[in-house]
Design a protein around this ligand. Sequence first.
Ligand SMILES: CC(C)(COP(=O)(O)OP(=O)(O)OC[C@H]1O[C@@H](n2cnc3c(N)ncnc32)[C@H](O)[C@@H]1OP(=O)(O)O)[C@@H](O)C(=O)NCCC(=O)NCCS
Length: 426
Amino acid sequence: MDLQMSTFRPRSADPAEDPEAVAWLRAVSQGFHQDRLTDEALGRSLQGLLDDGFTLRAVHDHDIPAPADPRRPVATFSSTDGTINAGAGRMLPARLITDVTVRPSHRRRGLLRTMMSAELAEAKAAGLPVAALTVTEGGIYRRFGFGPATFEAKIEVATDSRFALHTPPDGGGQVVLVDAAVLEEHAGEIFRRYHAQTLGSVQRFSVIPTHVSGLWDWSSREENRRVRGAIFVAESGEPEGYVAWEARRDPDEFGKITVRDLVPLTPRAYLALWDFLGHVDLIDSVRWGSAPTEDPLRFALTEPDLYRVRGLDANVWLRMLDVPAALTARAWQSTGSCVLAVEDSLDLVGGRYRIKIADGDAEVTRTDDEADAAMDAAALGSICLGGVRPSVLAAAGLIRELRPSVAASLDQLFAATGPVWGITHF
Ligand SMILES: CC(C)(COP(=O)(O)OP(=O)(O)OC[C@H]1O[C@@H](n2cnc3c(N)ncnc32)[C@H](O)[C@@H]1OP(=O)(O)O)[C@@H](O)C(=O)NCCC(=O)NCCS
């Protein structure tokens, strides 16, 4: 095998003008078991990569025997830079990683490790404080220093005749049904405002409004005409949240709604959208995969048993690249200090750090002082936004207390300024 890794930028949204990027896209769709890409899908994908400033990484096998096409990469990887809301409206810059595939004939030879190591080193050199990804398989990324940092609940709410809220929407504002094009028009701006105010949120790529509205489904690579949408409009006329969903129903039976995207800007918009979903006729349950782990809906329902958690998934995994930059970027709420020893098998952030917190800010410096606790880079990635408590990781054997009961004081020190919740998948 003659393996060679390269990085490149897509050049054109016209598939005919960018065969290198087209071959890369075909490899990605193969890796994720998607349909072969049509010209329309290729054009839209290239446009999306261009709009979001993606860099593509590929490994080619120049020794691959005919009839295999040597221009088709045997491994793919892509990245761009975005932001993560780190509390109090502060934005943490992040290298966002996606499209990780390795061809079955070339797996388990270290190609992912080679691509990931190069990417993380380059992101660090470029000054990014963290890298982030969302996973299909949770067992892969801890070895590269990624820890799960935000979570989402998979819920099912029974919406039969028992569905009612303690405080039904009071008429201040209204949920209105909208066509896909109108939903697409508003989805980007509503999400932008959600991202600006929600701790744990990750910036979305430019294609998402088209995807959530169903005008172009990025999974099926065609229009999804099942998608319906509604917007909560405040008395002022301002959109304050939206929901997009698909309903499925067999004749003569009650059906189910699956929420595709639900983006509230205020608690009242959240409840109003749920009140709307709970009263759709011919439907007896609503499923959603991105509910907050501390969901107000559970308490708003007069019959809490209607609410069922079907699963709890990690959403965003974070990888420290620059500990002082990452921790000073977030918002803090307690006062105190600690010394953490960080171990890093990739040698990007290993060492001891003193973290002093006062007045909502942290001062983070390297130190030779004795550490209070030791952890690997992945554990620090998990606790860095406050979405995972250090004492939980200590109990899991992932943080070592070097002073008795220090995990409890770390819990206070690292406590988030609010609920940590993200609804971005990439
Ligand atoms: C997952 C995938 C990218 C791995 O690529 P790869 O080149 O075979 O991985 P590497 O040989 O570089 O392995 C790197 C390490 O990850 C481990 N690893 C790889 N795939 C793994 C998996 N699916 N589960 C658990 N560990 C895995 C390897 O054992 C190796 O561990 P080590 O270095 O500590 O010994 C590849 O199998 C693939 O393309 N799968 C389909 C698409 C996919 O799942 N993408 C990831 C979405 S999150």
